[in-house]
Design a protein. Structure first.
Length: 600
């Protein structure tokens, strides 16, 4: 029976075929069996496993998903002729005999019975050259062709073009080995012109085993002898490159090999740099992907979309923006999204929680201090306004600042400079102010508790952030998002909420909003034993049937606070964290609802 295989029909390595005789992990990571140079592909994107006359396709939690015949799948079987799309790469699953397409594992280079006329060490210095200038020209062309382009395929093609010009070769090819792999069948073929190179040729194995460069010529019985050279390059114990060139006129000489070795040595250094660059690029993309996933603002409700649209509208400007909403509604996530969508996204996003910073330290945190001596010390004492130069500064609970600090902030924003109190040194300020509050700043300004000048700046762009109870249709989406996130972070099996648990979440008033929902599900995942989250894992799960008379929001909120206090043994700090609200907010609600705490 013919072994199944995968043909790359679109994307990096188009035309290549791979035998599917074992499970193949596909992705951007250099540790994958099939490495795809595609930013729309995840580091470990999918796994394809042979299964008799068919194969199994598993998505490995990729960002953009895996498609089979145009439909997104997480776990599916494919038959002969089915197409799998991973990022921008299309693979076709094939069961029939090979049709002679451009694949890695077919013939077409020097024949299997080609004689090895000479072995040349790749380690010792090559012999003197007949034409040093031609080698210098080839090296120059190679470097010029790769200027600013650290990419393995670009470097490989530049090497092949240089070899053709230097040696008068008719065809050249290079196998690019996956880092750490010893199997040439896993290597990627780059050739000029398009050709087929069989990695199972005896002279390929000989070059890789002995680490010697080979000069080849066809058996004397051949009517049109083909002459070739093979140059292996190793990095440590594993092969890095295998370079092949051939021509029909004139056998290759040792001088030809010496010139080729010089060129291949430089190309191998470029290839190694490209590998390091690709690894760093993969890590950066993965880091950015993690950041974007962690900043993901989940929701499809109309109220949620209005906030997102408002953020998009004001992001391109430079005016200050104020997010107003209850504690735990995600105001900082909105602020980060605003920064990411703005022209300042390349700059820093510096966040200061004004209510969590002690009052005596808050001014120094925002404006810095000149108490230290020396230029280096001054840099260490720079405030958030300076650190956010060219980016955005986010002041959460901005109303917690005292009035003198608010006046100083308004002045710094208006003058675009900060005057140091010690010495009068002026510091240029170029930071966009983004602030948040859960209070009505207009009422505070009228009562003299908030500075009118700062309010005038913030009023230019005010965006209300709705509480979770006003976007209840988003609760299932948010719950699923937090459940999967916490299960992944804690390595737990929890995958879904039971129907009853979801009903409880949907009916709860969420005084702590999205933050409280995240905290509740984090606790449930931590206590879970299997794949499903049951109602008893929720801290406010009812002990009996719900009474319609007690379903008013005020009753449910009061009951939730009472249950949280009881669960936390009346430690208000822990109860506030469990509910996702601040200590002052909890104290206010305890007073408003007349909740009596037991004497200690």
């Amino acid at each position: 029976m013919t072994a199944p295989r995968l043909r790359i029909e679109q994307g990096d390595g188009q035309g290549r075929e791979l035998d599917l005789n074992r499970p193949l992990v596909i992705g951007r990571s250099s540790s994958c069996d099939l490495v795809l140079n595609d930013e729309s592909c995840s580091r470990t994107h999918a796994r394809i496993t042979p299964d008799g006359a068919r194969a199994r396709v598993e998505d490995l939690g990729s960002t953009n998903g895996t498609l089979v015949n145009g439909e997104r799948v997480t776990d599916a079987f494919i038959e002969d002729g089915d197409r799998v799309m991973i990022g921008g790469t299309v693979l076709r699953f094939l069961r029939g005999p090979a049709d002679g397409g451009a694949t890695v594992i077919l013939s077409g280079a020097a024949r299997e019975d080609a004689n090895v006329r000479a072995e040349v060490s790749t380690e010792r210095a090559p012999a003197a050259l007949k034409s040093p200038q031609s080698v210098l020209d080839a090296v120059t062309n190679l470097i010029e062709a790769t200027r600013g382009l650290l990419d393995r395929q670009v470097a490989a093609r530049a090497l092949l073009n240089a070899l053709i010009g230097l040696l008068g070769a008719e065809r050249c090819a290079v196998l690019l080995f996956r880092p750490g792999s010893l199997d040439p069948l896993d290597a990627q073929l780059v050739s000029i012109p398009e050709m087929r190179l069989d990695p199972r040729r005896p002279w390929v194995r000989q070059a890789l085993t002995t680490r010697q460069a080979l000069i080849l010529e066809d058996a004397k019985t051949s009517k049109r002898p083909l002459h070739g050279i093979v140059i292996p390059v190793h990095h440590g114990v594993a092969p890095q490159l295998l370079v092949y060139a051939d021509r029909r006129k004139n056998p290759f000489s040792e001088e030809d090999m010496a010139a080729a070795l010089r060129l291949v040595r430089i190309a191998s250094a470029l290839d190694q740099s490209a590998l390091v660059h690709q690894q760093m690029r993969d890590e950066l993309i993965e880091h950015r992907s993690r950041i974007h996933r962690s900043r993901r603002i989940v929701g499809e409700s109309r109220a949620h979309q209005e906030v997102i649209n408002a953020v998009r509208r004001v992001a391109l400007g430079n005016q200050p923006v104020l997010f107003v909403g209850e504690t735990g509604t995600g105001k900082e996530l909105c602020a980060r999204l605003l920064h990411d969508l703005s022209p300042r996204s390349a700059g820093r996003f510096v966040a200061v929680n004004c209510s969590a910073t002690p009052e005596e330290q808050l001014e120094a945190e925002v404006f810095g201090t000149d108490q230290a001596e020396g230029a280096a010390a001054l840099a260490e004492q720079s405030g958030a306004l300076e650190r956010a130069h060219g980016g955005s500064i986010f002041l959460d609970e901005v109303d917690a600042m005292d009035l003198p600090s608010q006046a100083r902030l308004a002045s710094a924003l208006r003058e675009r400079r900060l005057v140091r109190e010690a010495g009068g040194r002026e510091v240029p300020i170029d930071a966009r102010l983004v602030a948040a509050s859960d209070r009505d700043l207009s009422s505070l300004a009228q009562s003299g508790a908030f500075h009118e000048d700062l309010l005038a700046f913030l009023a230019l762009g005010t965006i209300p952030v709705p509480p979770l109870r006003d976007r209840r249709e988003d609760i299932p989406l948010l719950a699923d998002h937090f459940l999967k996130t916490h299960a992944r972070n804690m390595n737990r099996q929890a995958r879904r909420l039971s129907a009853d648990a979801l009903k409880i979440l949907a009916s709860y008033p969420w005084p702590g909003n999205v933050r409280e929902l995240s905290n509740v599900l984090e606790r449930a995942v931590m206590l879970s034993q299997g794949e499903e989250i049951a109602p008893e894992l929720l801290p406010f799960a009812p002990s009996g049937p719900l009474d319609p008379a007690t379903l008013a929001l005020c009753h449910v909120e009061k009951a939730a606070i009472e249950r949280a206090l009881e669960y936390c043994r009346y430690r208000k700090g822990l109860a506030a964290r469990t509910l996702g609200i601040s200590w002052p907010t909890l104290n206010k609600k305890i007073s408003d609802y007349g909740i009596v705490l037991p004497e200690r």
